[in-house]
Design a protein. Structure first.
Length: 548
């Protein structure tokens, strides 16, 4: 499970629900079971590519990125493994390092029972001491883990015996299981030799002293060239991983990745552009894997700006932009418009909400109602002597968002609003939106599957987290606070439904689209399970057909 962050660094969150009865078997996301692929074959090397390199092997001092997670989650274990089964209900968890858990009667103590057959790569057993020490590292101020807030509700992690550990919580919260499960378990016996105060100055030390416990080990890492993972022969699941090796080459250029897939130099690639996806789908030697993500793209209006402080104006802006037309032009069949941060494929999406129509005339009427008219005949609406003119920010490196901005600019101009696109590098962009030094911006988020809307919409998150719109609504604050006192996600559902209704009326954001993730591989690759939680999900079950 991963954290709620900007989609420029795609990541995902987990949720609270029931523990699955057993670990996931080899099942493709398109429903094609392993039986259709014949019997899994052991051996061989899978070759893939990343556009950027990893940042290290210690997740507590490395930025949270999809690439880091793709590697680290293959070489380290979580207590539990979140499952991608949340279309109709909250997702479940499968055993990983923990084989079971139970709650205290008052739901403030969570006890995990660990497997007794899990070893670190140097042969030492994985124990409850590792779990407690990992929590201490996650919460230590000198380590300064960027997701340490997930542990704020945990008062202690108690070692009961070598294979039993108890998490104690301040209070009941729907994300307690998420809070306990966030973060991989780290090797106390190996890494405690380095004081926490030195961790951030010692990134390479952790690679040189790498000790792991996942299905794969890291054989080598040539920075900005390639990462090589090998089968962990001591892994507790019998017979897996099937692969001998998984090689990740650093290939920054997407066109080069596509070319190498067609030439056979790469077996698997991720984040395929829509135009290339259609070509891949028509190639008999390749397989296109597509699945709906929980990421969404939107325009953020700075609600503190006089231009966007009126909800009528924000609704008018939404109705002046042809969102379906943008989707058709940029994505075709591989995206949909949406009305909510809880996108249509998630169980808690409010399906009663109807999207605001593309209706420029109605938009102009709403603007006039809010006092915006063209008093001087220059074609630009004005109010109190101020023209309706603003910059709309984008960050470099995302062509589709840039193209969407140009389309929106043209459509807004038709109703008398001048939006001027401005590109910033990603660091300057994030600083501007966090601190409110902007008027409008095109952003992307990967929705947390814990469905915690606090970070996006609670007024307490302005200038702190992802409430870049600087949105304030006392009723939304109250509903979020109330939802946070529930024991589980299903109990939150009525509050989530109402919050979505209010957000739809207030339009602090204009939701543009959510899309499919598009991955592709050679037909010799079987058992692929990539999904919205990870494009490398279940890599231990992937296998290669033997030559010939």
């Amino acid at each position: 499970m991963r954290r709620f962050q900007t989609a420029s660094i795609p990541v995902v969150l987990t949720v609270f629900f029931l523990l699955a009865a057993c670990a996931p078997g080899p099942q493709g996301t398109d429903g094609e079971s392993q039986a259709n692929d014949d019997t899994p074959h052991s051996g061989g090397t899978l070759v893939s590519a990343f556009a950027v390199d990893i940042s290290g092997v210690n997740e507590l001092i490395a930025p949270t990125t999809a690439v880091n997670d793709s590697v680290l989650f293959r070489i380290f274990l979580h207590l539990l493994e979140e499952q991608p089964d949340f279309t109709e209900h909250p997702p479940s968890f499968a055993p990983q390092l923990a084989h079971s858990y139970e709650w205290s009667e008052d739901h403030t103590v969570l006890t995990f029972h660990l497997r007794e057959d899990v070893l670190w790569s140097d042969g030492a057993p994985v124990t409850a001491e590792d779990v407690r020490w990992t929590w201490q590292a996650q919460t230590h101020p000198e380590v300064a883990w960027e997701a340490s807030y997930f542990k704020d509700n945990i008062t202690d992690v108690e070692v009961v015996n070598p294979h039993t550990v108890r998490f104690h919580f301040h209070q009941v919260h729907p994300a307690q299981l998420l809070q306990a499960n966030e973060g991989v378990i780290l090797p106390k016996h190996a890494w405690s030799r380095k004081p926490f105060s030195e961790w951030r100055k010692s990134r390479n030390w952790f690679y040189e002293n790498r000790v792991t416990n996942g299905p794969f080990e890291m054989e080598s890492w040539k920075q900005d060239e390639e990462i090589v993972l090998t089968r962990n022969k001591s892994y507790f699941e019998e017979g897996v991983p099937y692969l001998d090796r998984a090689v990740f080459r650093i290939v920054p250029d997407q066109t080069s990745q596509i070319s190498q897939l067609f030439s056979g130099d790469l077996d698997y690639i991720t984040n395929v552009p829509p135009d290339d996806a259609r070509i891949i789908r028509d190639n008999d030697e390749l397989v296109l894997r597509d699945y709906w993500s929980i990421g969404f793209i939107f325009i953020t209006w700075n609600n503190e700006s006089p231009l966007f402080s009126d909800a009528r104006v924000r609704r008018a802006l939404t109705m002046a932009i042809d969102r379906q037309g943008i989707v058709d032009a940029l994505w075709g069949e591989f995206a949909r418009t949406t009305t909510s941060p809880i996108v249509d494929t998630v169980w808690a999406h409010n399906r009663d909400i109807q999207p605001w129509p593309y209706d420029p005339e109605r938009a102009k009427h709403l603007l006039a109602e809010a006092g915006w008219t063209d008093t001087d005949g220059d074609g630009i609406l004005d109010k109190g002597g101020r023209p309706f003119r603003f910059e709309i920010l984008n960050h470099t490196g995302n062509r589709q968002r840039e193209d969407a901005t140009v389309i929106a600019q043209q459509q807004l101009r038709e109703i008398g609003i001048e939006a001027r696109p401005r590109l910033l590098d990603i660091s300057a962009f994030h600083a501007a939106v966090l601190h409110g030094r902007y008027e409008a911006a095109v952003e992307g988020m990967t929705m947390a599957t814990d469905l915690n809307l606090r970070y996006l919409f609670h007024s307490g998150q302005i200038g702190v987290s992802f409430n870049h719109a600087r949105y304030r609504n006392p009723e939304v604050d109250r509903l979020i606070d109330r939802a946070d006192r529930m024991k589980g996600l299903e109990e939150m559902a009525p509050y989530l439904m109402r919050i979505q209704e209010i957000i739809h009326e207030d339009q602090p954001l204009t939701f543009l689209w959510f899309s499919k993730r598009l991955n592709a591989h050679n037909r010799r690759v079987h058992g692929v399970q990539g999904n919205l939680l990870s494009q490398w999900f279940g890599l231990r079950y992937w296998w290669l057909a033997p030559p010939g």
